[in-house]
Design a binder for this molecule. Structure first.
Ligand code: AMP
Length: 432
């Protein structure tokens, strides 16, 4: 199967050629024809499968055909909503590449930066808007954007949207869309809440395409696990970086604080690393990502949300410094390497506490993950158990005579938080 077989127009074929894409990925092969026919689509697929091209190419083709006799200022006809700034930027870059020879114009908007440049681009007129939910609603509220002419709507990474608490924002956006439109809904997982949301967005008989995560992981990524104590994780990481010839490495930390600490300790071992997480400014995140992409930083340490949109084709290794407690997250993480046919290596560190997570992961991906024995920092179960017991003892809360009072205070604080919810959201209050 070639891109030409999918019925694509010459300007798009020129773009896929220029990018060196030889053949469509499975999601592209299955989605592009049904989208060109105008159907709604439910895509169960994660980033790394080529899903951005799967949804953006048909939109570009539709717009190109309709735009030929266009006169006057461009109006927004297609809207892509995605949870994070990084993903938004990445989707924007994809539109730039795929639409290069078509004259279709797009812009990207997201929170955490001043809005001036974004509103200027909107004022000049675009055909496609890629947006994160908070900034989108904010600029709609200020009158810079109208959704009344939207003909193509894409909700990307729906499960992540829900995890990040965007459900109300999404509902508000849906209510502003014209009912006659083509809708595309993508999610890596399909829990009940996502199925319900998809039914609200998609028409009656959407086509469905499922690219199973286990296909993506099992086929392309070489996975292994090292049992190691919490204390020894950093030593093992340094040892692997120094001995395994890792070209470019993405390390996942569960917390922002943990990510900073890893960067600091790697620095002490003369390994240049940068962290990327929600507490960093947008400029710092983009800079770290840029350094990583051009190879000047070898190690990027990220939290899950910040890493969502990272697309580095030369990424050789992913290390799960902390195992995620949500098994699907593991699939997302290792999907950063081995993208679109390339092979990659994913290494997981697992301490005693994390063994249940490992079990859940193996159940989800329906495969065993080989354990690397005989490494210099191998876990001594008895030691680890003892250390954990000691830690639990020191962390036990002391009886607090004011506890009842505190609890009542917290309750009233939470009540107020509930009341205020939704107020600050569109003023850039929410981190995307
Ligand atoms: P995505 O899942 O959209 O984030 O895409 C993952 C990566 O695969 C991106 O770097 C794309 O440029 C690349 N890609 C998408 N489609 C193809 C294709 N048909 N052949 C080769 N690479 C592709």
């Amino acid at each position: 199967m070639t891109f030409k077989d999918l019925g694509l127009i010459t300007p798009i074929l020129r773009a896929t050629d220029a990018l060196g894409y030889e053949s469509p990925t499975p999601i592209q092969e299955q989605s592009i024809p049904v989208l060109l026919e105008g159907h709604d689509l439910l895509g169960v697929a994660q980033t790394g499968t080529g899903k951005t091209a799967a949804f953006s190419i048909p939109i570009i083709q539709h717009l190109y055909k309709k735009n030929r006799n266009r006169k006057g200022k461009r109006i927004i006809k297609a809207l892509v909503v995605t949870p994070t700034r990084e993903l938004a930027i990445q989707i924007g870059d994809n539109f730039t590449a795929y639409a290069k020879f078509t004259g279709i114009r797009h812009t990207v908007i997201f929170g955490g930066v001043k809005q001036g440049r974004q509103t200027d681009a909107l004022a000049r007129g675009v055909d496609v808007l890629v947006a994160t939910p908070g900034r989108l609603l904010d600029l709609i509220g200020q009158g810079y954007i109208s959704l009344k002419d939207i003909e193509y709507f894409v909700l990307d990474e729906a499960d992540q949207m829900l995890d990040m608490g965007f459900i109300h924002d999404i509902r508000r956006i849906i209510n502003l869309l014209p009912s006659k439109r083509q809708s595309l809904f993508f999610s890596a997982t399909m829990p009940g809440a996502i199925v319900k949301l998809s039914a609200k967005i998609l028409g009656k008989n959407p086509k469905q395409v499922t690219i199973k995560p286990e296909q993506a992981t099992a086929e392309r990524v070489d996975q292994s696990v090292y049992f190691v104590s919490k204390k020894q994780k950093i030593k093992l990481l340094i040892h692997l970086i120094k001995t395994e010839g890792m070209r470019s490495l993405l390390v996942f930390s569960r917390t922002k604080h943990g990510a900073n600490k890893i960067v600091r300790l790697l620095g002490k071992a003369d390994i240049t690393a940068e962290a990327i997480h929600g507490n960093k400014s947008q400029a710092a995140r983009q800079r770290a990502l840029g350094n990583f992409k051009d190879g000047s930083t070898k190690v990027l340490v990220a939290t899950d949300i910040a890493a969502r949109g990272i697309d580095v084709s030369a990424l050789s290794h992913v290390i799960n410094y902390d195992l995620p407690n949500v098994p699907e997250t593991y699939v997302h993480r290792i999907g950063r390497t081995g993208r679109a046919g390339a092979s990659g290596i994913a290494i997981s560190f697992c301490m005693t506490d994390e063994k249940p997570y490992l079990r859940d992961i193996k159940k989800l991906i329906k495969q065993d993950i080989p354990v690397i024995d005989g490494h210099p920092y191998e876990l001594d179960e008895a030691e680890e158990q003892k250390a954990m017991e000691e830690q639990k003892q020191t962390q036990k809360p002391k009886p607090n005579p004011r506890r009842r009072n505190n609890r009542n205070q917290n309750r009233s604080r939470n009540r107020n938080r509930g009341r205020n919810k939704g107020r600050g959201q569109n003023q850039g209050g929410k981190k995307e």
